[in-house]
Write a new protein. Structure first.
Lengths: 204, 192
C-alpha cells in the first residue's frame, strides 16, 4: 500500500490523452471530404483521429511497433468503409470498436497475456529499490500490470479508466452487455491493484 | 475480506461506476470496515497511478510514420486501377478506331440511295438507274440506318454530311483482375 501511495503522488497529473482532435461536425465533414476528395482529404481525417487509434492500440498491445501496425490496419479498414461510417452516426465509437478488434486479432497471434508469476523483474540490476520505484521501474510496472489481464478485461479497463468512456460506451465498443463490462472492469481493477502491490512487496 | 461486502461493488465504486444509492451504501460500509477501506483506497491509488503512467504523450514521429504507411499502401493499391483504366482506354480507342475499317463494309442500303433520287426502285419495280457514288461515310451511315426504308419514300432525302438517326451505343465491358474494378466503355457509335 505504501508503494501505491508513492506511485500516486509521484505523478499526480493523471488524465487521459486519447480521443479525437475533432468534434462530430468536423468528423462528418472530414469523412464526406475523404469519400470524394482522395488521399489528401483522408490524411486530414487520419490526423483528426490518430491519437484515439494509436494510443488505444498502444495501451492494448503494450508496445509501439505493434500499435503502429494495428493503427495502419485500422485506417485501411476505415478507408474501405468510408461509405458506412458516415451513416453510423458515432464515428469515435466505430473507431474504438475497430481498433479493439484489430488488437484482438493481433493479440491472438502472439501471447498478449502473461501469468502474474511470469512477470520478469523490471528493475535495473543492482538498482536501489526506492530509486528504481521513483524512476522508470514505476512506469514499467504499471504498463506491465495490464499484461496480466485477459484481452477482454484489458480492453474494458483501457476504454473505461484510461480512455474515459462510460460503461455503456465501452459495452457498445466491445459488443458486450453493460453487466458483462462492469464485471470485467471490476475484476481488472482488482487484478491490477494486486499485481502492483505484489510486485513492490516482492521488490522491497 | 469477510464482511460480506462484495469486492466487485467496491471496485466499481472506486471508478465511480455505481448508481448514487449503491455508492452511498458502500461509503457507509467502508466508513466502518477497515479492510474495505484499504481495498477502496488501494484501488483508487492504483487507478490514479495507471492513468499517470499512461499519460505520457506519444512521439509525433509515430503518428507521422503511421500516416505515411497508410498513404503509401493506399497509393500502391490505387495505382493498378489507373493502370487498368489507361490500358482499357487504349484498347477501346484502338478498337473504335480500327474495327470499322477492318470489317467489310456492306453496300449502302438501296432505299437510302433511292431516297436521294426521289424513288424506290425496289418497291416500285422501276429500272435501277445509276447509283450515286457512295463514300465510306455514306456507307457507314447506311449500315446504321437499317429500317429507314419502311417509310417508303416518305423519308427526307439523306444528304451527305447530314446526321442519320441515332445509332445504338457501343458498350464494352472490361473485367480486370480486381473483382472490384469493372470498366464500362460506352461509345456514341460515331466510329470513324
Amino acid at each position: 500500500m505504501r508503494a501505491l501511495a508513492f506511485l500516486a503522488m509521484a505523478n499526480p497529473a493523471g488524465g487521459t490523452d486519447a480521443g479525437t482532435n475533432a468534434g462530430p461536425d468536423a468528423s462528418a465533414r472530414a469523412i464526406a471530404a475523404a469519400r470524394t476528395g482522395g488521399l489528401a482529404a483522408f490524411e486530414t481525417l487520419m490526423r483528426q483521429h490518430e491519437r484515439l487509434v494509436l494510443v488505444t492500440a498502444l495501451r492494448l498491445l503494450g508496445n509501439i511497433e505493434d500499435a503502429k501496425d494495428a493503427s495502419q490496419e485500422v485506417f485501411l479498414r476505415l478507408y474501405r468503409n468510408l461509405g458506412k461510417v458516415g451513416a453510423s452516426g458515432n464515428f469515435p465509437a466505430w473507431l474504438y470498436r475497430v481498433t479493439v478488434n484489430v488488437c484482438y486479432d493481433m493479440g491472438r497471434k502472439r501471447a498478449s497475456s502473461v501469468p502474474m508469476e511470469d512477470v520478469p523483474n523490471l528493475a535495473a540490476p543492482g538498482a536501489d529499490p526506492q530509486e528504481s520505484a521513483a524512476g522508470t521501474e514505476r512506469q514499467r510496472v504499471l504498463h506491465m500490470s495490464l499484461r496480466v489481464l485477459s484481452a477482454k478485461e484489458r480492453a474494458a479497463l483501457v476504454l473505461r479508466d484510461l480512455e474515459g468512456l462510460s460503461t455503456g460506451e465501452v459495452a457498445r465498443a466491445l459488443g458486450s452487455s453493460e453487466a458483462t463490462v462492469r464485471s470485467q472492469i471490476s475484476q481488472a481493477r482488482v487484478k491490477v491493484k494486486d499485481f502492483v502491490e505484489r510486485y513492490f512487496r516482492r521488490r522491497v | 475480506m469477510n464482511c460480506g461486502e462484495s469486492e466487485e461493488r467496491i471496485a466499481l465504486h472506486a471508478g465511480g461506476d455505481l448508481p448514487p444509492r449503491e455508492a452511498a451504501a458502500v461509503d457507509r460500509h467502508v466508513a466502518e470496515c477497515a479492510a474495505c477501506q484499504a481495498l477502496l483506497s488501494g484501488l483508487r491509488q492504483t487507478a490514479d497511478a495507471l492513468r499517470a503512467a499512461h499519460s505520457e504523450p506519444v512521439d509525433s514521429a509515430h503518428y507521422a510514420a503511421v500516416r505515411a504507411r497508410v498513404l503509401s499502401e493506399l497509393s500502391r493499391r490505387q495505382r493498378p486501377r489507373w493502370a487498368y483504366a489507361a490500358l482499357a482506354a487504349a484498347a477501346i480507342l484502338l478498337l473504335v478506331g480500327v474495327w470499322p475499317r477492318a470489317t467489310p463494309r456492306p453496300q449502302p442500303q438501296v432505299p437510302a440511295v433511292a431516297a436521294v433520287r426521289g424513288a424506290d426502285p425496289l418497291v416500285r419495280g422501276g429500272p435501277p438507274g445509276p447509283l450515286p457514288r457512295v463514300t465510306p461515310e455514306a456507307a457507314g451511315r447506311g449500315r446504321r440506318t437499317q429500317g429507314v426504308p419502311r417509310t417508303r419514300g416518305s423519308a427526307p432525302p439523306l444528304q451527305q454530311g447530314e446526321p442519320g438517326p441515332p445509332a445504338q451505343p457501343l458498350v464494352v465491358k472490361l473485367i480486370t483482375d480486381d473483382p472490384d474494378v469493372v470498366i464500362y466503355w460506352i461509345s456514341e457509335g460515331k466510329g470513324e
